[in-house]
Design a protein around this ligand. Structure first.
Ligand SMILES: Cc1cc2nc3c(=O)[nH]c(=O)nc-3n(C[C@H](O)[C@H](O)[C@H](O)COP(=O)(O)OP(=O)(O)OC[C@H]3O[C@@H](n4cnc5c(N)ncnc54)[C@H](O)[C@@H]3O)c2cc1C
Length: 460
């Protein structure tokens, strides 16, 4: 471990407007904690930034002292890249303001905002930008890797709505990036992760959404999973892009609309979302009632803001988590068989298999238009191994890895950088896909010494 000179640490404390915490300081342990309880790292300094100049000071300090640097937005990264050992953690969690410009349909977002911060501000005007399905996720990390959720079929990825950004690069410069300024960086941060600098402001385009939408769950018995998945596969291929349907296989939570004897039993849930007219939505989802014999259904008109938080209770921080993920262009029978096989032997009650549908607008953008390359992907499979006790680590991780292996023959090339764990270094080139060589070039230009390496790293 490199010891930081006390004099320069004291100087940093005098010039930073926010807080600078060291081990032992009040708040230090809370500040180094992230969503995934598997991550337990101890930075030498945590710089909780109050303004962009604080970011510049922290970047310069880490660079000049040759120590590790990590960036924390919402702290949800599964690999725990928000936190480093012994180096400097740039904590953006106090920079959460969102300003909406209704005339221009734009949102100016600080980098510590959560999805909920963005949704609350934009929904006050009946607007939204496509993001993810768990409201406590950070907008920063999600955006930089691509970003998808309920609105993606209709409107595309989060990066497809990123109009401009402001960032601090390794040399300490503060740059504006957009189609017209530093266009190479603007391209690179739309899928290239945190490899190029610290984004200190995002500007998103907004779409009219809600404020009410049709959404909810249709829950089928697990023993009907094969018929339901086959019917789902056929249905979504021709379904209107106004609706989105994701699949979750897990033990039934104690949902009030399910009979008590179903609680805790394996189920297949279809999470249904329609951002258009609710009565049209009801008509569009009607055929789904014939996919199998429902255990229960709770689909109705509700605020978009509420639906964006619907999965939060299942995805709370503090559990131990290990994920594996594949992209799919098509869902072969073999993929469905693997899903059913592994969902039938969940190693712990909180484990689940998620199948997200992103077919639609995201597929109509050229792979080279932004750094996010996998524009043919229609489904993203994510296996969430999730448990509470370290004694279960080995068993739960093994289950996720075996499932990943069993489903790999049916997957399409590539991976989603935002779902990758710390041990997937061998998938990095595939994750950036056909855009990898250009990303390496841009990395060489802006960060030749690889200061920003706590990420799915594009080595210069
Ligand atoms: C419960 C849960 C649900 C999720 N659901 C979805 C979903 O529906 N759709 C989806 O697309 N993804 C989803 N994700 C994945 C999510 O996109 C990633 O975990 C993402 O990294 C989270 O961003 P964050 O800011 O919270 O993470 P952090 O851990 O704070 O940051 C992750 C990384 O992003 C980079 N970074 C963060 N902030 C900045 C910045 N300002 N400038 C430069 N680099 C930065 C850094 O490299 C950092 O290590 C989900 C994750 C979780 C845990």
């Amino acid at each position: 471990m490199k010891t930081l000179p006390r004099k320069s640490t004291s100087h940093l404390k005098t010039i930073v407007k926010g807080e600078v915490m060291s081990p032992g300081d009040a708040g230090y342990d809370d500040a180094r904690r992230v969503w995934n309880a598997m991550i337990d790292r101890r930075p030498a300094l945590i710089v909780r930034c109050a303004e962009t100049e604080d970011v510049q000071h922290a970047v310069a300090f880490a660079r000049d002292h040759g120590v590790e640097l990590s960036i924390r937005g919402g702290g949800h990264n599964i690999a725990g890249n928000a936190v480093c050992d012994d180096g400097v953690l740039i904590d953006l969690s106090k920079l959460r303001a969102v300003r909406v410009e209704t005339e221009r349909k734009r949102a100016l977002v600080q980098p510590g905002a959560t999805l909920n911060d963005v949704d609350r501000a934009t929904q006050a005007h009946g607007l939204a930008t496509p993001t993810g399905i768990n409201s406590t996720t950070g907008i920063a990390g999600l955006t930089l890797g691509g970003g998808f959720g309920w609105l993606t079929r209709k409107f595309g990825l989060t990066v497809d709505h990123l109009v401009s950004a402001e960032m601090v690069t390794a040399d300490g410069a503060r740059l504006s990036v957009s189609e017209g300024e530093n266009a190479d960086l603007y391209w690179a941060i739309r899928g290239g992760g945190g490899n190029f600098g610290v984004v200190t402001r995002f500007e998103f385009g907004l779409q009219p959404v809600g404020p009410d939408v049709l959404a909810g769950l249709m829950v089928f018995p697990f023993h009907q999973a094969r018929e339901v998945l086959r019917a789902y596969r056929t249905f979504v291929m021709s379904a209107s892009e106004d609706i989105n349907v994701w699949v979750v296989l897990r033990q039934a939570p104690p949902l009030p609309f399910l009979p008590a004897d179903v609680h805790g039993k394996p189920i297949l849930a279809l999470a249904v979302f329609c951002s258009g007219d609710p009565s049209t939505g009801q008509r569009l989802i009607e055929p789904m009632h014939r996919f199998g014999t429902l255990h229960g259904e709770h689909v109705g008109v509700q605020p978009y803001l509420g639906w964006q938080q619907a999965f939060d209770p299942l995805l709370t921080p503090g559990a131990r988590n290990y994920w594996k993920s594949h992209n799919f262009i098509d869902l072969d029978d073999g993929a469905l068989d693997a899903i059913i096989d592994f969902a039938g032997r969940l190693p712990a009650p909180q484990c689940e298999i998620f199948l997200g549908l992103i077919a639609g607008a995201a597929n109509r953008v050229a792979p080279a238009a932004t750094a996010y390359a996998h524009r043919l992907t229609r489904f993203v499979l994510n296996v969430h191994a999730r448990w509470d006790h370290p004694a279960d680590d080995r068993r739960c991780i093994a289950w996720a890895r075996e499932f990943f292996k069993a489903s790999a023959p049916y997957a399409s090339p590539g991976a989603y950088v935002n779902f990758m764990t710390a041990d997937e270094g061998d998938r990095i080139a595939a994750a950036y896909g056909s855009n990898y060589p250009r990303l390496v070039e841009i990395k060489r230009k802006y960060d030749p010494d690889n200061l920003f390496r706590m990420n799915q790293n594009i080595a210069p």
